[in-house]
Write a protein that binds this ligand. Structure first.
Ligand code: SF4
Ligand code: F3S
Length: 106
């Protein structure tokens, strides 16, 4: 599966949603996750994300390993997002900031 990591938090550009052939993105208030049961590993979303937040499960950076389980857990409770929408208002300011996990709205 592919995994959305912390840099998506407070950005949520949603470009990833447009290219996913199986609509496996799930939406929270300030983060998206990938439903690992639906992702077919097509790789298309990786290049679309302006925050470079998406990785193959095997390539998730060491400090983002917790995100694999986080995607699986949140995907169970969040609804599908199938169309791109505007990013969050200060997305460009938040892009690249570290330690955003505390800001995650579940
Ligand atoms: Fe969707 Fe493909 Fe990305 Fe998986 S790798 S989330 S199937 S676009
Ligand atoms: Fe998030 Fe990147 Fe998609 S910021 S919403 S994973 S395009």
């Amino acid at each position: 599966t592919y995994v959305v990591t912390e840099n998506c938090i407070q950005c949520k550009y949603t470009d990833c949603v447009d290219v996913c052939p199986v609509d496996c993105f799930r939406e929270g208030e300030n983060f998206l996750v990938i439903d690992p049961d639906e992702c077919i590993d097509c790789t298309l979303c990786v290049a679309e994300c302006p925050a470079e937040a998406i990785f193959a499960e095997d390539d998730v950076p060491a400090d983002q390993q917790h995100c694999t389980e986080l995607n699986a857990t949140l995907a169970r409770g969040w609804k599908a997002i199938i169309e791109r929408k505007d990013p969050l208002p200060d997305a460009d300011d938040w892009n690249g900031k570290t330690d955003k996990l505390a800001l995650l709205k579940r």
